[in-house]
Design a protein around this ligand. Sequence first.
Ligand SMILES: Cc1cc2nc3c(=O)[nH]c(=O)nc-3n(C[C@H](O)[C@H](O)[C@H](O)COP(=O)(O)O)c2cc1C
Length: 319
Amino acid sequence: MAGFIRYACLAANGHNTQPWLFSIKGNTIDIVPDVERRTPVVDPDDHHLYVSLGCALENLLLAIESRGLATTVNLLDQGAGGLSVVLEDNNAAIDPLDQALFAAIPFRQSTRSVYSGAAVSTERLATLGRASRINGVSLSLLTDRSRINLVRDLVIEGNNRQMDDPAFVRELLHWLRFSPSHAMAAGDGLYSATTGNPSLPEWLGPLAFRLAFTKSGEADKYARQMDSSAGVAVLAAEQADPAGWISVGRSCQRFCLAATALGLKTAFVNQPLEVAELRPALAETAGLRGLRPDVVLRFGYADVLPFSPRRPVADVIRT
Ligand SMILES: Cc1cc2nc3c(=O)[nH]c(=O)nc-3n(C[C@H](O)[C@H](O)[C@H](O)COP(=O)(O)O)c2cc1C
């Protein structure tokens, strides 16, 4: 069972807080929110926390399915309390698409670099759409440059507003890891090398961050990242509640795994949905009017970057 949980922990999750706890009872694995790991400034309603649980759930289900076992998922307190996965023997062969997604789990990463600019074929776009299909979740794929530019401008606007908020910057700093030794010891957080930035001694990091973290520098960085991406995916749940956000997490994780299997890279650019006032403009641009956008991902071709750390599996299993 701990082997399945190891795969779950490799899922994408906000600020790499890994806001999950697992427990094993007989043939059941529960995933519940770790409220100590909330990020109340960037995520005041725990939206990202539940999306992260959904990402972990999807990895867990793929790992279990790869062993020929069937699963039933039950939401706890309509998702607010997490969820329960019951494992059943059925010796069914794994679906070939799911097999490819499972194989991609250790190779998926959030790649926050400038991409190659190469386009993604229509056939591959169709595979991304098919792989990420989950009931109750809409996907909008933008490959038209004028629409990507509109999203780019919203990302930069959202980022500017977040940088103007001292509480946002304080919370972000709390989760930044500047040296490899701190990143490895903590096993969580945003390690600078995973964003293409240099590793620094831990004492120097915050100082260098405050000097280098300027609005114009960030705007320029995001413009280059968005301009070099082949496309943008926006996901939105029908239900704006924990159950809907868990479903979005599942779909998002499947999208990222399918991209990985196709040799593509992905990175989240969620600023326009983290700043609530920008959500309607983002929904309009993505053709999702009336829905709350839940995830914005850019995708394209790029080289691999260093991988994010994870905590030991034993630390996330409640006994
Ligand atoms: C709900 C959610 C929101 C996220 N928001 C952002 C974001 O706005 N910007 C960003 O660079 N990464 C974002 N991420 C990516 C996480 O930082 C990343 O998954 C985590 O650091 C672990 O790294 P990995 O994806 O390479 O395994 C988000 C991930 C999730 C699941």
